[in-house]
Design a protein around this ligand. Structure first.
Ligand SMILES: Nc1ncnc2c1ncn2[C@@H]1O[C@H](COP(=O)(O)OP(=O)(O)OP(=O)(O)O)[C@@H](O)[C@H]1O
Length: 465
């Protein structure tokens, strides 16, 4: 079909173009007579090859700008090209041989015709597969059934959470001590809401340094900084589109980041870093903190306007010591869960061990209970016991012990004892990450190191102090 003046390489290219289903392509010679036309073009023209080859371009497609190109020798890229009821974007490119203009290539991409449609469908299907994968990657892991406890306090929490689940746009603030199940509750709210088939994306605001947190939340554009990924990177707000963003430890966000978050919550729109294209944000925000936000607002450490934006529905997770009636149920549930995880078969807890568990104050709440039981279970299994007895329970600040220790001690010694226990607990909870522990304790890292040395707490992972 091509004219005889084409080079071998060009011939190969033309053969390829000939078979591409969604590109309409035509070549005319320098006078404007058709010397090449592909199948897609013929379908659009509703002509046969015989009726087209050798005809003048003005007769075949009067809206083409090919003749202009033949006159000027300059390419015209991306012009509007209506033909036979279709609308396309065409380009006309001059062809030269040994510096002399020999013709013009005109082509247009039509995605709404024939195989182009199939291509589009394939792309959409592929996109849906990726969307599904992202959703399952970020699927919420828990429902309300996973929240164990029948105390009145917990029932109240679950009832309120169920109600708010039915309002998928309402921002929720979950407060409570560390380990009380705030994240568990956030997952459950998402799972019970109409956003459940979209992602649940968690961001730990305390664990990420400020300069990285912004990119984590909002993503960055291609040219945001040297070495930025091609095409940029979506932030968690974009990934969660349609679903829920869970901002854990929101009280640990810097004031600067608080301002940026507030803007997104107010305008429901954000921009990637280094990119000024606005992106619509359709997510529910659930924030959680173990800090006293009211106090932080008073001290100027938390923005009042953001506080009100987050505090639309407030759910407080009660501390375990305030609902000790839930402990037996939790122990039963956790033993079952841990036996499965550790492939052990420790069946129960002796009455004296349960008494000790019930008396303990559980400063680390359910997380601490789970950790203590895990250790006890391993110790019991190692000793061949099927029951957890008091000697397998390693408790940090047993109330009974605390009062024994406190008896006859001065305030300074008691304060130090308390400080030691708190630091030990936070270190354990943060997996001995000193940076994170220092942030949680609200002291600087150097003084944390001094205290670790002083109290002999240099145990655990990375504790090279
Ligand atoms: N009511 C509960 N029933 C069963 N498991 C629970 C319950 N509450 C908490 N847990 C378990 O305790 C652990 C800690 O819970 P979670 O991470 O939700 O607490 P959190 O309040 O978000 O803690 P932090 O403030 O430290 O992030 C998890 O393993 C969770 O599954």
């Amino acid at each position: 079909m091509a004219g005889g003046w084409l080079l071998d390489g060009q011939q190969l290219l033309m053969d390829a173009i000939m078979t591409v289903p969604y590109i309409a392509a035509m070549i005319v010679d320098k006078q404007g007579y058709v010397v090449f036309v592909n199948r897609t073009y013929l379908k659009m023209l509703k002509r046969t090859e015989k009726e087209t080859l050798g005809k003048h371009v003005s007769e075949i497609t009067p809206n083409s700008r090919t003749l202009e190109v033949l006159k000027t020798g300059k390419a015209i890229i991306g012009y509007y090209w209506p033909i036979n009821g279709y609308e396309g974007v065409a380009s006309s490119i001059p062809l030269f041989k040994k510096g002399e203009l020999v013709g013009c290539l005109a082509y247009s991409i039509f995605l709404d015709v024939w195989d182009g449609k199939t291509l589009m469908e394939n792309l959409v299907n592929e996109l849906n597969v990726y969307k599904k994968e992202i959703t399952s990657l970020y699927a919420s892991k828990y429902t309300f059934d996973a929240i164990i406890g029948e105390s009145q306090a917990l029932q109240k929490v679950k009832k309120l959470a169920c109600q708010v689940a039915n309002h998928p746009d309402t921002t929720v603030l979950i407060t409570g001590e560390s380990g009380t199940g705030k994240e568990l509750l956030a997952h459950s709210i998402h799972s019970a809401s109409s956003r459940a088939r979209f992602p649940f994306v968690k961001v730990n605001c305390a664990a990420i340094p400020d300069n990285l947190l912004e990119a984590e939340l909002f993503g960055y554009g291609e040219g945001a900084y040297t070495g930025a990924k091609k095409g940029g990177k979506p932030g968690k707000f974009e990934v969660a589109n349609g679903g829920t963003v869970f901002l854990d430890e929101v009280g640990d966000m810097s004031l600067a980041m608080q301002g940026k978050l507030l803007r997104v919550l107010q305008e429901k729109e954000m921009e990637r870093l280094g990119d000024n294209k606005p992106i619509r944000v359709n997510v529910r925000v659930i924030a959680a903190t173990n800090r006293n936000l009211e106090e932080m607002v008073e001290q100027g450490r938390f923005r009042e306007d953001l506080y009100y934006r987050l505090n639309v529905v407030r759910i407080h997770m009660p501390a375990l010591r305030h609902r000790s009636g839930d402990i037996p149920l939790l122990v039963k549930y956790l033993l079952c869960k841990l036996n499965k995880k550790l492939k052990t078969s420790v069946m129960g807890v002796s009455a004296p061990a349960m008494e000790r568990i019930m008396k303990y104050s559980w400063p680390g709440n359910v997380r601490e209970l789970e950790n203590v039981l895990e250790r006890a279970l391993i110790l019991a299994e190692m000793s061949g016991s099927k029951t957890i007895t008091p000697e397998y329970l390693v408790l940090m600040n047993d109330r009974a012990n605390a009062s024994a220790v406190s008896f006859g001690k001065g305030l300074k010694a008691l304060t130090e004892e308390f400080e030691r226990q708190v630091i030990a607990r936070v270190l354990e909870e943060t997996d001995y990450n000193k940076m994170e522990a220092a942030i949680r304790l609200d002291i600087d890292v150097s003084s944390l190191y001094r205290k670790i040395k002083r109290y002999g707490l240099g145990i655990g992972k990375g504790a090279g102090v």
